[in-house]
Design a protein around this ligand. Structure first.
Ligand SMILES: Nc1ncnc2c1ncn2[C@@H]1O[C@H](COP(=O)(O)OP(=O)(O)OP(=O)(O)O)[C@@H](O)[C@H]1O
Ligand SMILES: [Mg+2]
Length: 176
C-alpha cells in the first residue's frame, strides 16, 4: 500500500465517527498523555493545536500552560516549512493556513531546549513510522532536531500494521 492509499483508508475510517465520539475517544488519550512521565518531567513541550478530526489537545494545552510549562506550537510559514512559536494563551491563537489555529507568540529557535514533542499523524505503526497529511512539514522540522523525544498521537482506529515510509520520514520514539 502507498501513502495516498493509506490516507484514503484512514479518512474513510474517520468518517465512521461523529465529532462527539471523537471527543470521547480523545478524553482517555489525553488523560494518558497528561500522566505520561515524559510529559510530567518536561518543561518545554512542542504540541499541536488539534483540528476537529484529530485527538483533541485544547484542554491539555491549557492545563500544561497553567502548570507553567512552556508550550510550543507549529506555524506554517511556506509550502513545506513550519516555524515554532510560544503559546501565550488562547487569545494569542490566530487562524492560519489549513484553518489551523496558530500561535502569534514569540518565535522559538532554541530547538535543542525542547524536551518533548507530541506529534499528530494520519497513521502510525508499532515501530514508530508516521504518516502525516502529506506535506512533509514535520519531517523537515524534526530532521533538524534529531535527539528530540517524539510521541506520536492518534486514535486507535488510525493505527496500522505497516506505515509506508521513505528515507525522509522521521520515526517516533513512541506511539501512544
Ligand atoms: N527533509 C526533507 N527534505 C526534503 N523533502 C522532504 C523532507 N521530508 C519530506 N520531504 C518531502 O515532502 C513530501 C511529503 O512528505 P510525506 O508524504 O512524508 O508527508 P507527511 O509526513 O505525511 O506530512 P506532514 O508531516 O506535513 O504531516 C515528500 O515528497 C517528501 O519526499
Ligand atoms: Mg512523512
Amino acid at each position: 500500500m502507498n501513502k495516498p492509499e493509506l490516507r484514503h483508508i484512514i479518512r474513510e475510517r474517520k468518517r465512521q465517527y461523529s465529532s462527539q465520539q471523537l471527543e470521547m475517544l480523545s478524553l482517555s488519550i489525553i488523560e494518558r498523555l497528561s500522566q505520561h512521565p515524559k510529559v510530567r518531567s518536561a518543561n518545554t513541550i512542542l504540541l499541536y493545536y488539534s483540528l476537529p478530526d484529530e485527538v483533541n489537545t485544547h484542554s491539555l494545552i491549557k492545563k500544561l500552560f497553567k502548570e507553567n510549562k512552556t508550550i510550543l506550537l507549529p506555524k506554517v510559514v511556506s509550502d513545506g516549512n513550519m516555524e515554532i512559536r510560544v503559546y501565550t494563551g488562547e487569545d494569542s491563537l490566530v487562524k492560519g493556513a489549513f484553518q489551523i489555529m496558530e500561535p502569534s507568540g514569540p518565535l522559538y529557535i532554541k530547538y535543542d531546549t525542547i524536551d518533548l514533542a507530541i506529534i499528530p499523524g494520519m497513521s502510525f505503526d508499532k515501530r514508530g513510522n508516521r504518516l502525516g497529511r502529506g506535506k512533509g512539514y514535520y519531517d523537515r522540522f524534526l530532521i533538524r532536531v534529531p535527539s528530540l523525544y517524539k510521541i506520536g498521537v492518534c486514535f486507535d482506529f488510525q493505527k496500522t500494521e505497516n506505515v509506508p515510509c521513505e528515507l525522509t520520514d522521521v520515526t517516533m520514539n513512541e506511539v501512544l
